[in-house]
Design a protein around this ligand. Structure first.
Ligand code: ADP
Ligand code: ASP
Ligand code: MG
Length: 402
């Protein structure tokens, strides 16, 4: 018998009516003769609310205690869904990740799943029950509660699907697929019927939060396609799957953006053989993730080095940069929280020239200044002013007639 893993996000679980709608969908899948495992997120807005409550008590909650409160949101959803399914006459049982044994490392707030115990799940499936598991949360071997990072329920679902050797992973959300750009920013964005893992990895990694990055990494590694679709309609959504030969026919698959970026500049750093390595070693030693890096000669002996970090880490990154700046004798250190990143993504770019020039021309025509650029085979990323990001995404979307 097929095992299908379905994941329902926060908007799909927002209130009693939504929960009943999800219960109906689950029961329909079960009645078709499938074994069904459901992974759910906390009701919409609840995780934000829990973060807010923690921050009302303290500026800097410890990772452990933050996970303790954040993991509670998903526990509400699993029990409500189990009740709603039972009401429809099917057997269902809810489990937290500690009950199942979804083991993670001890990196609080961004833990990685290391192993999943399947015994409890398969026993319940064999008893003809729908199994409902709390997404986003995990447990360490030491029984500490962890969470996987915001949006992490997608990753829980894919990891559970891999562990159970599921025949299908369906991720249900509030849009009916992956679009060529965030439909909230570009109203005429259109739904992509099939996208390669590689492109989806770039989209998710570049801010398209419709899928959690780790979930795509896991699906790709295990060759397990994801069907992303709407919980409010029955239409076919987007298949995230292996690349096929037709996919390269499309030059640009989509545009993604993030506004959660900040830029730090160390100006006029004496260029010695040690300085650059030292700067980035110190940043790494302090666990700060750097995204785009540029370095330019100011004159033959001095360099200006800029890098972007996540806005959440801006304060600590700037404090660190000020310290490093003194050590490497930088003339000045600047920080700018108001930058955005716009990324143009497509496997078709591998074999085509001139995409970057079209992007730069189109942004220039809109009066958008490009501050930094980084490129890979299938991604061109531009750092721009935060206030320009909507204009930039729309212009690029039009330029490539997405
Ligand atoms: P869930 O709570 O179901 O996990 P999310 O809010 O995490 O849902 O993700 C869905 C949202 O992702 C959509 O409402 C949409 O605004 C946003 N999004 C960003 N980029 C894209 C894109 N390229 N295609 C579709 N949705 C996108
Ligand atoms: N509830 C968590 C969040 O809001 C996890 C998720 O939705 O995937 O980030
Ligand atoms: Mg999500």
């Amino acid at each position: 018998m097929n095992i299908i893993v379905q994941k329902y996000g926060g908007t799909s679980m927002a209130n009693a009516k939504c929960v009943k709608n999800v219960a109906n969908k689950v029961v329909r899948t079960k009645k078709k003769g499938n074994k069904v495992v459901v992974v759910v997120s906390a009701p919409a807005g609840m995780t934000d609310e829990l973060v807010k409550r923690a921050k009302e008590v303290t500026e800097k909650p410890s990772g452990r205690e933050l996970d303790m409160i954040l993991a509670t949101g998903e526990q509400i959803s699993i029990s409500l869904l189990a009740m709603a399914i039972k009401d429809l006459g099917e057997e269902a049982i809810s489990f937290t990740s500690s009950q199942v044994g979804i083991f993670t490392d001890d990196n609080h707030n961004k833990a990685k799943i290391e192993a999943i115990e399947t015994k409890k799940i398969t026993e319940a499936l064999d008893q003809n029950k729908v199994v409902i598991i709390a997404g986003f949360q995990g447990v360490t071997r030491n029984f500490e509660i962890t969470t996987l990072g915001r949006g992490g329920s997608d990753t829980s679902a894919v990891a559970i699907g891999v562990a159970l050797n599921a025949s299908e992973i369906e991720i249900y959300t509030d849009v009916d697929g992956v679009y060529t750009a965030d439909p909230r920013i570009v109203p005429n964005a259109h739904k992509i019927s099939k996208i390669s893992f590689e492109e989806m990895l770039e989209m998710a990694g570049s801010g398209a939060k419709v899928l959690h990055l780790r979930s795509v990494e896991l699906a790709a590694k295990n060759h397990l396609p994801i069907h992303l679709r709407s919980s409010f309609t029955d239409t076919i959504g987007t298949y995230v799957t292996e690349e096929d030969e037709n996919m390269e026919d499309v030059l640009v698959r989509g545009v993604a953006h993030t506004t959660n970026n900040a830029k730090i500049t160390l100006a006029n750093v004496p260029h010695t053989s040690q300085n650059i390595a030292y700067i980035f070693e110190e940043i790494a030693n302090n666990n700060i993730n750097v995204d785009v890096i540029t370095q330019n000669y100011v004159d033959k002996d001095n360099l200006t080095i800029s890098y972007t970090v996540s806005e959440d880490e801006f304060d600590s990154a700037l404090e660190l940069a000020n310290r490093i700046g003194k050590e490497v004798k930088a003339q000045a250190v600047f920080g700018n929280e108001k930058v955005a990143k716009v990324c143009i993504i497509g496997v078709g770019m591998k074999s085509a020239a001139g995409v970057a020039s079209r992007v730069f021309r189109c942004l220039a025509n809109e009066g958008v200044e490009i501050d930094m650029v980084s490129t890979s085979d299938i991604n061109i990323s531009c750092i721009i002013r935060e206030s320009d990001y909507q204009k930039a995404v729309i212009a690029i979307h039009n330029e490539f007639q997405l």
